[in-house]
Design a binder for this molecule. Structure first.
Ligand code: GAP
Length: 417
């Protein structure tokens, strides 16, 4: 993880948030490459989940909803971790994770096994509170959403009526969620502000069971849950949760709001509250797994090269555009070719600083699948060198064929992996 964290900072993927003020506990900002990576993750998810399907539509709901939302959903009452406080050092720990915790004063001991006495467990709600409007009192309390799902449930009727879909159909949403995690950590794996990609799939009751074949740790709204886990350098951890949420949320919101959220099937004349199957992934965790999977230290004959073998579909930069030297018209020619590639929809990065070998290495670390080099020969026969990141193979390609060549190479990549 240390190597990934250091590469992320060095190449501009992820920075510590508020770094110049000493940071703010496990909060991160995404730099020029990181924001491109996140966007590509979200675009891929959105294409697969919404655009390529005819039974799923999108939504972008507000982060701050009416606070009744969270009372009804059970988050005010149930979205909490049991916490204990150490009476001696005043540190707070999750009561159900004491075995993994360490006493800050005596790190060889776990809390409670040191000299400190622990309080009885108390529920600590994970939602961030804020106040809406000019008056700060209990009537103005609102919450930053801890999941994007509730915004989908609140809009079930709006979407149903405006899109004229019928169950089974889904509503997908990507957006920020906030949880006052007690033990954030492992870089961007668990943070207090993160992005979720969730889809609520509304199905007729009785058809939800076949999605699942085992039970696991269940959320308070769920009757079946399965997690998709990934083996991070710090151990196995959840990447995406898939839950059968029953009709819990729609029924509760229907009762609490007085708005009928029942579906009427005009063909069968049946009324029913749909059951919900929910795949819920974390955008930041997906980006982290991509970085971990892609990171490689490759032993070469006389050197070790650090390379991010990112798939071109998620690589922040597709083509590095490099003039061999900073003179003889090469920078101008390189910029002209770069502009042509950008007009064709490719993301480029122009670099003229340092020796060509070092520039290739910088692009390898950034995960850029291709580099093109403009040299003296370019002015003779209008060709450039195309260098492939993974094999480091180089070939000469005519400038007029470049877009097609890179598109074909990317397509081949897609088919291969
Ligand atoms: N609506 C269901 C729901 O929110 P979840 O399992 O709590 O389910 C879904 O969250 C996904 O959101 C997780 O699988 C994880 O990828 C991501 N996630 C949850 N808490 C997170 C955190 N504190 N930091 C980063 N990602 C988080």
């Amino acid at each position: 993880m240390e190597k990934i964290v250091s590469l992320c900072k060095r190449r501009g993927f992820v920075f510590q948030a508020s770094e110049i003020y000493g940071g703010i506990g496990n909060t991160y900002d995404y730099g020029p490459l990181g924001v491109e990576l996140l966007r590509r993750v979200k675009d891929s998810w959105w294409s697969a989940m919404v655009r390529e399907r005819e039974d799923v539509v999108g939504l972008d709901s507000a982060i701050i909803q009416n606070p009744k939302t969270w009372i009804t959903s059970g988050h005010v009452g149930g979205f909490s971790d049991p916490m204990v406080d150490c009476k001696k050092c005043k540190s707070r720990f999750r009561a159900d994770k004491l075995e993994d915790a360490r006493c800050p004063e005596k790190p060889s001991k776990r809390p409670g096994a040191c000299e400190g006495e622990l309080t009885e467990p108390r529920a600590f709600n994970l939602m961030f509170e804020t106040n809406v409007g000019p008056v700060k009192d209990s009537s103005s309390i609102a919450y930053l959403r801890p999941e994007t799902a509730q915004g989908i449930f609140l809009n079930f009727k709006n979407v149903l009526e405006s899109s004229r879909l019928k169950p089974p159909f889904g509503i997908a949403q990507i957006g920020k969620s906030f949880r006052n995690e007690i033990t954030p950590g492992n870089f961007v794996f668990r943070t207090r502000e993160f992005e979720q990609a969730e889809m609520e799939f509304f199905v007729p009751p009785g058809t939800e069971q076949h999605w699942f074949d085992y039970k696991d740790e269940l959320a308070h709204y769920s009757n079946f849950t399965s997690d998709i886990e990934y083996e991070y350098p710090f151990g196995w951890g959840e990447l995406e949760g898939v839950a059968s949420r029953t009709d819990f949320d729609l029924k509760r919101h229907s009762e609490a709001s007085g708005v009928d959220l029942v579906y009427f099937d005009p063909q069968t004349k049946e009324h029913f509250t749909p059951f919900v199957i929910e795949p819920a992934g974390g955008v930041n965790r997906i980006a982290l797994t991509l970085l971990i999977d892609a990171y490689e230290e490759e032993q070469l004959a006389d050197d070790v090269r650090v390379v991010l073998r990112l798939h071109p579909a998620v690589a922040p930069i597709t083509v590095g555009v490099l003039p061999l030297v900073k003179k003889e018209g090469m920078p101008e020619k390189a910029k002209e070719i770069g502009a042509k590639l950008r007009r064709a929809g490719l993301t480029t990065y122009y670099d003229e600083k340092a020796a060509i070998g070092r520039r290739y290495r910088r692009m390898d670390e950034a995960g850029t699948p291709y580099c093109i080099t403009i040299d003296g020969q370019t002015f003779e026969d209008d060709t450039v060198t195309v260098r492939e990141r993974d094999s480091m193979a180089q070939s000469r390609v005519a400038v007029k064929d470049l877009v097609e060549h890179l598109a074909a190479a990317t397509q081949a990549w897609r088919r291969m992996r």
